[in-house]
Design a protein around this ligand. Sequence first.
Ligand code: NAD
Length: 694
Amino acid sequence: MVGDTPSTEKVSFEKRGDVAVITINNPPINAGSEAVRRGLLAAIQSLEEDPDLIGAVLMGAGSTFVAGSDLHEFGAPLSEPQLPAVITAIEVCPKPIVAALHGVALGGGLELALGCDARVATVGTLVGLPEVTLGIIPGAGGTQRLPRLMGIPKAIEVICSGRRVPLEEALSLGLVDKVVVGAPPDEAIAYLRKMSGMKRPVLARQVPLADEGEVDAAAAAALKAGKSRPAVVEAIRAIRSTATLSGEQGLSAERDVFQLLRVSEEAFALRHQFFAERAAAKPRQARHITPRPIETIGVVGAGTMGAGIALAALAAGMSVTLVEVNGEALDRGMARIKDDHDRRVSRGRLSKADAEDALSRLRGSATLEALATVDVIIEAVVEDLDVKKTVFAALDGIAKPGAILASNTSYLDLDAFAAATSRPEDVLGLHFFSPAQVMRLLEVVRGDKTAPDVLATGVALGKRMGKMPILARNAFGFIGNRIYAAYRRQCEFMLEEGGLPQNIDRALEAYGFAMGPFAVADMSGLDIAWHMRRARAKEGLQNPEDRYVDIPDRLCERGRFGRKSGAGYYRYDAAAKIRPMVDPDVTALIQEEAARRGYPSRDMSDTAIQDRVLLTMANEAALVVAEGVADRVEDIDLVLVNGYGFPKWRGGPVFWARGRDPRDLAARLDDLAVLSGPGFRKGDLSVLFEGRPA
Ligand code: NAD
């Protein structure tokens, strides 16, 4: 092959004097794939065989090095050659190879670079091993080579967090040997020449001796942050093994674990979430539409949500005007925003200068007129149709032409607010979750008349605020609250059938929910839903024929509003009011209700409770999709995971349904409908299977 140009479709091989430049060209992110790996092996062979060449530089074409492996390959048998074989070929090649990094080097991309004899990176490059966040461990030497560069404790932190390491830190950790300003590959060629033909494989280095206490502390912190999921446990084991195993033994053990984990249900679930997130980042209805420019934002209502939304907007660099009718509430909201900044400064998460800059962009006002010049106004006043209609009508008279009028309503009819204005096309829903400065989910709600560029602006604004915008159509509870309401209702049915709050909560927490539904209800307050039920009944929206569980009303009638009143589904200790305790009064109330309604008292197994809840969620998801409230089936799983504490590693209710036999599911849904009684609507679960990747 000497003298030839053995470039393949995905990997080019170019001779620059006595140095070969090997370039991976697999747009858009140069993901590792079978063709890439084959091309690399051929290139390394050419390097070896060409006596004129002293070494090579390995780089990526376009905007990045290698952003990771093609995750689609991970669910099926892996095709040869596999990545470890390529890395071994680099290591045994007698000529040095320098990786020239730019953009990102993640996962298999970083492992490939770690197989090289040195790494030179352009300013701004990010590196990391995100495998653990996908339910697997690095499978091509990451757990073996990282500890040899940075020691075991730090390797545990970097690998188990899966975080992206900025270049300065990567340099100090030894992940990168040199930072350069120019584009690859010139500086890397210069670096290679200085190596004078010397090989410097990472695997040949000694693992730095680590203090056992430090290793234990790093492992404990990683297990806590990673909820002791199998990938975290196995990653720690593999990293720690570098203290006793040879490089070769360690690589082989690492690969075995990787192969097992990559086909685990958890890894499939996390890949499902990954692909769903990627698809949601480009919503069909906002694609190719230019958003309106947004720099200034107005927030109406300085309560829980208003203050949180203001915090999120300030963090995104926008100027915020916060309007509140109640003077005391305005002071409280402004103080909360300041306190939040102070807290972050004192914890070292924010610089004093950045905090001052953010707060200088905030102003409070008692009148809506202060919003005359802002680009977008987000209404976050009390959840009351008439109050919100009045606010929108007033905003219509004040906001500048082209300003976007958004509502943070949880359940109310967005079109009714739009109709109160002369510009319904500028109205949309921006449904943030509490605490708004923390939670990633943002439902971007389209009303009947919302203009496409307004929707696109909502999506762009959400992204700028670091949120995950998910499109929804205006309908009761949109996507998330609608499914959550069905879930909670089903849990109340179980209560009425004699299931106790602590048993139901325990079963769902064991499944992985952050909190069970009754602990959540106590935390958010039972009175809000009580008022809503009464309002709906008054408006004739409650069908008297439907099954109605009285227990929550009975609790509220006794002044049990949850944590804040010291009692709800549970009792709370007087001082902190946070530790839920089983209350015999509630047990007695539930048993009375069950007897009154003729339900025999019976124990429900954790699995029965979990299955019933998951099927309920899947059913409501099918209705939400069929009614066009959700744009994409997979969006449902993103909403539940990012807004409602559904365990990410379980994939979501749609993923759950897809893992079951559709005929069996349909039969079980028939049973659930009977069990649930009048008012339960059955969906067609087959919609959940549509668009499912093969
Ligand atoms: P909140 O009671 O904490 O705050 C509402 C604030 O609006 C109060 O300070 C009130 O004084 C003020 N207000 C009332 N009328 C006003 C007016 N005409 N002009 C200016 N300010 C006015 O309520 P919240 O929990 O922040 O909820 C606000 C909205 O967000 C509601 O629509 C709610 O459904 C929605 N939401 C709440 C949550 C949550 O978890 N709290 C989550 C998502 C959405």
